[in-house]
Design a protein around this ligand. Sequence first.
Ligand SMILES: Nc1ncnc2c1ncn2[C@@H]1O[C@H](COP(=O)(O)OP(=O)(O)OP(=O)(O)O)[C@@H](O)[C@H]1O
Ligand SMILES: [Mg+2]
Ligand SMILES: [Mg+2]
Length: 551
Amino acid sequence: MPAIETEICHFFNCVLYLFFSSCPQSTCVHLLMDVLSFLLHSDPQRLVGVVGLEIHAQINSKTKLFSGSPVGFSAPPNSLVSFFDASLPGTLPVLNKRCVEAAVMTGLALKCTVNKKSFFDRKHYFYADLPAGFQITQQRQPIAVDGALLYSLLGGKKRNQVIQKTVRIKQIQLEQDSGKSLHDDLRSQTFIDLNRAGVGLMELVMEPDMSCGEEAAAAVRELQLILQALGTCQGNMAEGQMRVDANVSVHEPGEPLGVRAEVKNINSIRYLAKAIDFEIQRQIDILQRGGVVLKETRAYDSKSGETISMRDKEGLQDYRFMPEPNLPPLIVYTDNASLPPGIDVRQAVVVEAIRKRLPELPGVKRDRLVRSYGILPEHSFTLVNEEGLVEYFEEVLKATAKEPRKVIGWVTNDLLGHLKEQNIPVSQRSVSRTGNAIIPSCLSPRLLLVYVPAVTHTSHVGLTQVFQEMWRSPGKAAQQLIQEKDLGLVADTNQLHSICQKVVDSHPHEVDAIRNGNKKVLNKLMGLVQKETKGRADPVLVRAILQDKTS
Ligand SMILES: Nc1ncnc2c1ncn2[C@@H]1O[C@H](COP(=O)(O)OP(=O)(O)OP(=O)(O)O)[C@@H](O)[C@H]1O
Ligand SMILES: [Mg+2]
Ligand SMILES: [Mg+2]
């Protein structure tokens, strides 16, 4: 709060104090004073949002965290359930090494400290899809702590300035997923599907370092790309493989954090941004009206675009955490040299061995693309954002030996435009919707090689036309379309001669300029010839003819 405002508040406080302290009913009065003083100190105009995320990422593993049942999304209900998943008495957990390795790898990629020793705990709550009545999680000492996620936003008027941000990762804990409740409203029945019960989760807890929906969305998108690059989580939010709880509060900068409301289980990045921005505004409105923000759990309703109260969090807090008695401490080893004698190496989780397997992460990939190909940073974001697009871009570059800046324009505008229009992910480019060869052939660099020389060397015009025709006429080969639609390169010397002559005759000033040594003007004449031929004239021939006619 600026000095002058502080002075004013202080003055009012003194007046209030003098006024009320002379009154007899002092308790009541002090309460009133507190409220008034709060209202004077808090300036709702200066309130800003604070966001901290908890992200549940399903571990990409063939089997569950503590049982051998397979993991699958759309299997028939209760077909992937072992006795342990159903919590039958006498069953015991057996830790899945693959899940531990996934959490360690994710921790390393997010610059966390990996705890050599971590523990499993029971978190008790009652819900029909949790047959044991508790979830095995890591409350006391999780597997990884104190990391950071670097992410970027596109800012500026044209949204082409890359703004780098960081959010701290408090911890990554291993835990079990719960089952699913399926509600049949018509018959007022609830069915339980335990296929998901016991699937391995990584809960990533972020510090409250973000301030709005856009930042949270960018951070979650970056995390999703990282997890997908690592292969530790498939990251498909629509299938619930990544679910986000958004903790939101508002406060005045420099003042302590406000009371948080937790918007649970958001399963789309777009909704995440909307839910957070709605929630920030809702809380600001409450404070501006002089109200109080409740500590509660809320849900996002995508239809109305609002968050709705689910339950009061205050009363819910007693999870009765206790150490999981059926699992020993989880030990991971720094390197092979630190393995104790007699241990089965195949059973051990070795951090340095996992570090060596870390792939190129999205941030590093983007930097490399900008450095090696001279493309714009925002284009590197587009490439990395679409699964398979970087590989495709590099294939095209290699096959055509074209300027990277040209290829990027074609790939990001034409190709992505068409794929988005048809709602086809780039990664599925080899799968044709129409069942014929149009998509793979369109997107194959080998095909580009076939038709690039046949269309044009200079502009994308011909190329784009062929491309569009191929989408319109599935199954037809590029060469066939070039002939049928007359899209080929105009290389007929007589025809080009007469077009060039026409251009030369109608531009005597330009011709004089060239003859007087201003060779750049030749480009203008070349442009005019291309205009006449709709960009399909062979530029090498045109240049030669024009040079001849203007010499
Ligand atoms: N004042 C605040 N405003 C916004 N976010 C906050 C605030 N205080 C804490 N957070 C965020 O709330 C989250 C707390 O997560 P944590 O898992 O520690 O506890 P929890 O939400 O109480 O437990 P549960 O796992 O049962 O949901 C963190 O992501 C943290 O950044
Ligand atoms: Mg949590
Ligand atoms: Mg929480």
